[in-house]
Design a binder for this molecule. Structure first.
Ligand SMILES: Cc1cc2nc3c(=O)[nH]c(=O)nc-3n(C[C@H](O)[C@H](O)[C@H](O)COP(=O)(O)OP(=O)(O)OC[C@H]3O[C@@H](n4cnc5c(N)ncnc54)[C@H](O)[C@@H]3O)c2cc1C
Length: 342
């Protein structure tokens, strides 16, 4: 019989990130599909009580914790030791955790120390004839594979946006704290501060309802024979700020900075969506001044509803890539939408 351990790190304020609730839901659903497998939760962080209280009604058999200042920040040495201790105590056959930079860094090493195997970017988990099978995408989301393994423990790092977050009433949880000895060699890496961009330059918002993609058309000559970069910047920023959207880009637009062309100042390669960019998950997406070529639209695999605004009625979006294509001038349409949102 499979036995599940769900791992989660707490955030700086002691809460759990949304992705942790999604992985918890994945673990509980899997336990049900397996005919009632036991689920243990393993929390790691400075102080985990508030996080444990928030999931006390989830039906987990028990909640284990490795906590204290040594485990507050992301650090490979302490995070692997914490995971190892939790796995040793819970003796699971399956270990689920949300995809985060912190788990992505420490779990491969922790799986090795536990003589386990690991699969990352899990996009689905199913039980088929009593056997656990997982899905993940390859070749930039063009091929999907279904995988099974005999080796246990099997670590499954679940992508965010795949499962609905678990919801339940908070209460007062009983937490079993594990004592984990940390040597000074584990403390050599120290977090001395966090640098984040100003909030108005933070344009990538994974939790946003809408992905707004800007294409190279924003910087091209317009019907009046002129380019309007400043106007484009104003319209794009206006939309993403009042619509609380996340900003994506085509490759052509972000490449313009390295090609010496006039550029959208707040756009970087981090915004690029597509084959050599990101594959974000948002319920809705709106592409503007973008041609909708395959290397770009392959990054839209997980966008729920796709719309595009292009002057070209024969662009890629018109050829089955979008649910709705508006053949229109994006400068005019976005100006009108921004006026409505203001
Ligand atoms: C190996 C490889 C990997 C690649 N990876 C990626 C990737 O990860 N992501 C990516 O995006 N691309 C990628 N590409 C590039 C991709 O093939 C396209 O070249 C790129 O996506 C085109 O960008 P674009 O649509 O913004 O620009 P363009 O092709 O220049 O299209 C601009 C569009 O804007 C429209 N337009 C202009 N003005 C307006 C207006 N006022 N209103 C409405 N529409 C207007 C035009 O009609 C045109 O359709 C890759 C290519 C290769 C070969």
């Amino acid at each position: 019989m499979e036995k599940i351990l769900l791992l989660a790190h707490t955030q700086a304020d002691g809460s759990l990130p949304k992705a942790a609730y999604e992985s918890l839901n994945a673990a509980l659903t899997l336990a049900t599909d397996l005919g009632g497998a036991a689920v243990t939760v393993g929390l790691i962080g400075a102080d985990v009580q508030a996080a444990a209280d928030s999931i006390t009604a989830c039906g987990a058999t028990n909640i284990l914790a490795v906590s204290g200042e040594d485990f507050a920040a992301s650090r490979y040495s302490t995070d692997t030791v914490a995971v190892e201790a939790l796995v040793k105590e819970a003796a699971p056959t399956l270990v689920l955790a949300p995809t985060s930079s912190r788990f992505s860094r420490c779990l491969p090493g922790a799986a090795y120390r536990c003589d386990g195997r690991i699969e990352t970017h899990i996009a689905d988990i199913k039980v088929n004839d009593g056997a656990v099978q997982v899905q993940r995408w390859y070749y930039r989301q063009r091929m999907v594979a279904t995988l099974a393994r005999a080796q246990r423990p099997w670590f499954l790092v679940v992508d965010s946006g795949v499962f609905e977050p678990w919801q339940g009433t908070a209460g007062s949880a009983e937490v079993q704290a594990l004592e984990v000895a940390i040597g000074d060699d584990c403390r050599r890496t120290k977090v001395i501060g966090v640098q984040t961009p100003d909030s108005d330059t933070q344009t990538i918002r994974p939790e946003a309802e809408v992905l707004f993609v800007a294409g190279a058309g924003w910087t091209k000559k317009q019907p009046d024979g002129q380019v309007h970069i400043k106007k484009a910047e104003e319209l794009i920023l206006g939309f993403i700020n009042s619509g609380k959207a996340s900003l994506g880009s085509s490759k052509s637009l972000v490449d313009q900075s390295s090609e010496g062309g006039e550029v959208i100042s707040f756009m970087s390669h981090l915004n690029q969506v597509g084959q050599t960019g990101s594959t974000p998950r948002h319920p809705k997406g709106l592409a503007t001044c973008c041609h909708g070529e395959e290397p770009h639209t392959v990054g839209w695999r997980f966008i729920g509803e796709r719309r595009a605004i292009s002057l070209d009625p024969n662009c890629g979006w018109a050829q089955g890539k979008a649910d709705v294509l508006y053949v229109a001038d994006a400068f005019e349409v976005i100006a009108k939408v921004n006026a409505l949102l203001a």
